[in-house]
Design a binder for this molecule. Sequence first.
Ligand code: FAD
Length: 324
Amino acid sequence: MNTIEAVVRTADPAQWREGDAWLAGGTVLFSSGSPSAGQEPLRRLLDLGSTDWTPIAVSAAGIELAATCTIAQLYAFPDADADADADAGSAAGRGLAGNWPGVELVRPCCESFVASFKVWNMSTVGGNLCTSLPAGPMISLCAALDATATILGPGGARRTLPVLDFVTGDGTNCLAPGELLRSVGLPAVALSSRVAFRRLSLSNLGRSAVLLIGRLDAGGTLVLTVTAATKRPVQLRLESSAAALAGALTDALSEALDTAVPDDLYHDDVHGLPAWRKDMTYRLAHEIQAELTAPADRDPLRISGDFWPPRGGTLNGGPRTEGA
Ligand SMILES: Cc1cc2nc3c(=O)[nH]c(=O)nc-3n(C[C@H](O)[C@H](O)[C@H](O)COP(=O)(O)OP(=O)(O)OC[C@H]3O[C@@H](n4cnc5c(N)ncnc54)[C@H](O)[C@@H]3O)c2cc1C
């Protein structure tokens, strides 16, 4: 980045000034470089690498992920034998988290990265949220689990908001200039829900084109979060009941998707046509609904499995012919 004049080790928003960027893992900053034409070039990087924020802290209230927690640290967390580098809190904390079904989403979400060694080990939860790509798997994880983002601003300002509202579009979010994402909190109540995960990509190891996560909350509410297919996360809540088994919820789900996701909210890029993303969103939503409304003992959690289209198949969409 040949416009950079200084690298400052700080996590203090008071030090931010025009032309600065927070530097986390650097996997976006060092691959995309300075802002595009028409925008001011970056002059300084404010390096978050020297913060001593605990990457993952577990309490009865839930799990707190520091913005600087790397994907490698997060991936190691559910494993009780994770090495010390994971720094995933005490064994007691991991034991507590082991009782939360929602923790089973961590690894499939990490695996949803198109991750080189560099991205896996350097990129951060916060950097992923702040990059705000539709295919941001940390956005999927946090939005689906009703996470709250804590944001620091100059002058000691601090505010919180749902991750669902943090990302506002393809590459856009609600951070004001100089604001710093400090952490995301995953609440125990959402982590305690039964969960289901579905992901599709047009190619094996391709970028996520459709990523849906379902939760069945204790009160029987089905919470469905749509990401990757859409420019920003979308969440639906449907009351689940015995009627679901008779198909009533199936119609309600389609109607709720019709209302919540207008056609122009489906993302359009080389990783999938909007019409295909829409078809697959409905398909996966109904799969999740069927999985979560079946009795738990008859239908164990299916977190891993059929993420990809069958080999040689493209599930209706097909890659774009032009430069795909
Ligand atoms: C080969 C490759 C494959 C990739 N695949 C994917 C993919 O599948 N899905 C995906 O979503 N992304 C992907 N990316 C993009 C990127 O690697 C990830 O989004 C990554 O999580 C970014 O995190 P980072 O810590 O490296 O961010 P950085 O590069 O350090 O920062 C990214 C942006 O966020 C800002 N920022 C970082 N942290 C904070 C903070 N705490 N507060 C405020 N602003 C902050 C920075 O100023 C910068 O504007 C890929 C990148 C590469 C090179």
